[in-house]
Design a protein. Structure first.
Length: 259
């Protein structure tokens, strides 16, 4: 344990980052072989596997420092929906169901991976050796996730009128949830002051600059800036989730709970 850090705070922070990865991985696997191309189905599966590996390490660390005898499987499959601490961006339906489509999925992946990559660049200097090692070892893969999504955004945005319209609609679907990414939870703020975590507000400009570049190349108009003052707790970090999240978690946990 890093000096001055409470085990309960570190456990909660690891659960936050682990739940982000776990829930988005589950959403990505819903595409199965229903993506635009079989090659893309394989690519989304690979991204989901990368996120699952991050989730496994982070949830193991959360259970380990908590000292309650919970391993990563129990953290993933035997918590109630309200105990999950993921940001709400990763949990909404962006397709292949009626809640979205492939461009919406790529819009979310770009926003999430750009944000997570910026956070992990700073987390590589964490005073917690596990977090620092995981962050440093994940950067190349996260950058590939970000670049993969950016290429699809550019392909749709700089395509024809219909593809550009769909890509713009995809961003409109996910854009309102971006404020939560950059407003620190109290635990994030406390641990950031101790050098253990990252204050997500510190990466806002980095992510914004990258998005400006992608929107420019894709010939898309960037959505109106999010008013971060409008985001008020509780949010996903507090266990307050969007409608349908309980069904998502039930689907994720079904086999483990029925075995």
């Amino acid at each position: 344990m890093p000096g001055g850090v409470l085990a309960s705070d570190l456990s909660q922070y690891c659960a936050m980052l682990g739940d982000d990865a776990l829930v988005l991985a589950h959403r990505l696997t819903e595409w199965g072989v229903r993506a635009l191309e079989l090659e893309e189905s394989a690519a989304l599966t690979g991204i989901a596997l990368d996120l699952l590996e991050q989730a496994r390490i982070l949830l193991h660390r959360a259970g380990e420092v908590e000292g309650a005898g919970r391993d990563e499987d129990r953290m993933a499959y035997f918590r109630a929906a309200e105990d999950f601490r993921n940001v709400r961006l990763v949990e909404i339906d962006c397709g292949p169901g009626p809640g979205g489509d492939f461009p919406a999925t790529m819009a979310r992946l770009l926003l999430f991976s750009a944000w997570r990559c910026a956070v992990f660049e700073r987390l590589a200097g964490s005073t917690d050796a596990v977090l620092a090692s995981l962050a440093a070892g994940s950067l190349n893969r996260l950058a590939r996730h970000r670049d993969h999504a950016a290429q699809w955004v550019i392909r749709f945005g700089d395509g024809n009128a219909n593809s550009s319209r769909r890509m713009a609609a995809g961003f409109q679907r996910v854009w309102p949830l971006t404020a939560e990414l950059f407003v620190p939870h109290p635990v994030e703020a406390w641990l950031a002051d101790l050098g253990c975590a990252v204050d997500p507000a510190k990466v806002r400009n980095d992510v914004s600059d990258l998005l400006d570049e992608v929107f420019s190349v894709a010939r898309l108009q960037r959505p109106e800036p999010v008013d971060f003052g409008e985001f008020a707790r509780p949010g996903g970090r507090d266990g307050a989730h969007t409608g349908g999240f309980e069904f998502l978690i039930a689907d994720l946990q079904y086999l483990a709970r029925s075995g």
